[in-house]
Write a new protein. Sequence first.
Length: 586
Amino acid sequence: MDIFSIFTLMGGLAFFLYGMIVMSSGLEKIAGGKMEKLLEQLTSNPFKGFLVGIAMTVAVQSSSAVTVMLVGFVNSGIMKLAQTVSIIIGSNVGTTVTSWILSLSGIQSTNFFLRLLKPESFSPILALIGVILYMTSSSKYSRRKPVGTFLIGFAILMFGMGLMSSSMAPLANDPRFTKVLTLFTNPFLGLFVGLVITMIIQSSAASVGMLQALSLTGSISYVVAIPIIAGQHIGTCITAVLSSIGVNTNAKRVAAVHVTFNVIGAVIFLTVFELWLHFVGKPLQDAANPFGIAVVHTIFSVLAAFCLFPFRKTLEKISYMVVKDSAEEKEVIIDERLLNTPSIAISQCYKTTGVMAKLTRENLVMSVRMLKQYNPKISEIVNKNEARIDKYQDVLEGFLQKLSAKDLTEEDSNKISQLILSISDFEKIADHSTHILQIADTMHRKEWTFPQETVEELKKVVNAVKEVFDITVKAFVYNNISMAHEIEPFEQVIDDISYNAKKNHISRVKKDRSHIKRGFAYAEVLNDLERISDHCSNISTNLIQSASGSIPRHVLKNRLKEEDVTGFSQDLEKFKKDYAVELIKY
C-alpha cells in the first residue's frame, strides 16, 4: 500500500461522509412534516419512543445526529430527559440500517440479478436518475428535488465506499499488514482503535463502512473486527458530548445517557464475545466480510437494547449521578442545533410560540382583572412576563430568519412566513395587555372606578376577547383550520359590541358629566380589546393562508364573509346572541 492508496482512502472517506450528508438532507426533506408528526405522537409510552428512535435514525442516517437533536429538545425545554432514554436506545438499533446497505458491496456472484444488487452496479443508475430529477425540478420547492438529492447522496456515498475498498485491496497480500492485525486480537486494543477512529471522523456509520471495506481484503477476522465494532459504538458518543457543551444540566444528561448506554452495551457485548471465544472459538477465527460485520453491528445494538431497555430508569439515574445539578440555569427558548433539521425545527418553533401565546393570555387575564382590583404584585408579574414575551419574539424571529436561509420545501417555507407573522401578532397582543395594566395603574393612583353598568358591559367585551383568544391559541397550536374559521365572525362581533359600549358611555357622559374623567380610560381599554381581537383575526388568517395558498389577507377575509362556505353567518349570529351589548336610551 503506497502513498497514493492512502490518498485514495482519504478521498473515499471524504466522498462517503459527504454522500451521507447529502443523502440525509434529501431524506429529511422527503420526510418533511412526517418527522414532525412522528414527534408529536410521542407519548410517555417507552415502546413508542423506541420505535420513534429507530424511525428518526433511519431518516437522518445517524444516531449521533438524533442524540444531538434530543440535546437541543431538552435544552429548549420541549422534551423531558425521561422521554429521550427510549429514543436513544431505538436510535442505536436504527443506525444499523446503513451497515446493511453497505454490506451489499460484498456480494460475489456471476448471476445477473445478484450482481445487480451490488451498489457498484445500481448506484450509477441511481445517480443518473437523481441528477435528472434534480435538474428537471421546476422550482426550488419541487418534490423531485429532495428525491434527486437523496439518490445523488446515496450514489456518492457508495462511490466513496468503493474508493475505500479499492485503496485497501493491496493490503490483502501485504505480510506487514497481516502482522499488524495480529496486535488487534487483544480486545482492549481493538476497542481503543475503533473508539479513536470513530471519535476522529464523528460517524459510526462511516467507521463501520471503513471496516467493511477493509474486510473485503479477506485479511481481517471476526476476532479482530468485534472489539473494533464495540469501540465504534462508544466513539460515536463524541458528537453528543461535544453538542452538550454550553447547554443546561438536563441536556448534558442526554449525552450522559447516550455514553452510558453504549459503554454498558460494549461491556455486555465483549463479555459475551469472550465467553463465546473461550467455549466455542473456531467460527470467530474466520475472515470477516461486509455482511458478517453488518450482522455483528446489529447484534451489538439489539443485544444492548434488549438488556438495557428494562433499565431505562437506571440509565436516567446514572445520568443524574454523572451530571450534578447546576446552581444557575439560563432559560433556553430554542436551541440552534435544530437548524440542521428544518421540519423538526419548525415544529418546535410552533410549540415554543405556543408557550409565548400562553404567557400572553396570562398577561391579558391579569391586566383586565387589575381594572377591578389593583395588586402591585400582579403588576410585577405582568411586567416580567412582558419582558419574557419580548425575548421570545426576538429569539424566535432570529432563529426563523436563519432557518429561512436553509434549503426548504414549499410547505416549510410557507410555515416559516406564517410563524413570523403570528409571533409578531402575539407580541402585539401582549403590548395591548400591558397598556391595559398601565390604565389600571393610573386608575388606582387617581382612585377612579367604573360605574356598575360600565363594568357589566366591559365584562361582556372582555369575556368575548378571552374566548376568541383561547380559540386562536388552540387553532394555532394544533393547526386547526376549522377552528381558525370561527375567529373572523367572532372578531366582527367584538367590533360591534365595543362600538355599542362606546356609544353607551357617551350617552352616560351626556346625562352625568362626572363620567368624563373616566371616559378616556374606558375608551382606551375598549380600543385595546378591539385591537387584540384584530390580531387574533390576523393569526387565524395566517393559518388559513398557509393551508390554502398565497391569497392576500384582505381578499381572504372578504371571501370568508361573502362566500359563507364556512358557516360565517351562522357563527356571527351565535356570537351576537352570546355577547350582545344592547344600546341604551336615556
